[in-house]
Design a protein around this ligand. Sequence first.
Ligand code: CA
Length: 167
Amino acid sequence: MGVQETVATILVLEDHTATRRFLADNLAADGFEPVEAETVADAKRLVVSEYPDLGIIDLGLPDDDGLDLVAFVRKADRVSGRIDPEMPLLVLSGRTGELDRLRGFERGADDYVVKPFSYPELRARVAALLRRSERRSGLGRVRVGALELDPVARQVWVRGEQVKLSR
Ligand code: CA
């Protein structure tokens, strides 16, 4: 079927304004669609309303730990159709310890980049995660705008609401 090439939406969860703006500006310049959140609560709302294709997640945030968002996404119930529990998540943190990185991966992060970071390297890692997830979703769900199809499960969602299909 003719699935159009869509712009990847990237959630940027970062409370440090200058860093968040820097990321959003550069991601937009590189053709991505950034959506910005300053708190874990904001990010949870955006995950449900904007269907980001990937998240860049800071850990030290005003309301919670960024790993709570990672856990929130990973625990999502795929059947409801609102959140992809396998959404690629890249932690971007000033916490440099080995134990911090291990905790990130244990909670379900796909990658871990330490601050201060190199934007070109971050962008390369983002692109690699998106390629991997595109290959995966090619086997599962297909999304075109607000319409989402799972050919294997024979299920359809429109704006996250599952549509009842006749056999
Ligand atoms: Ca922070």
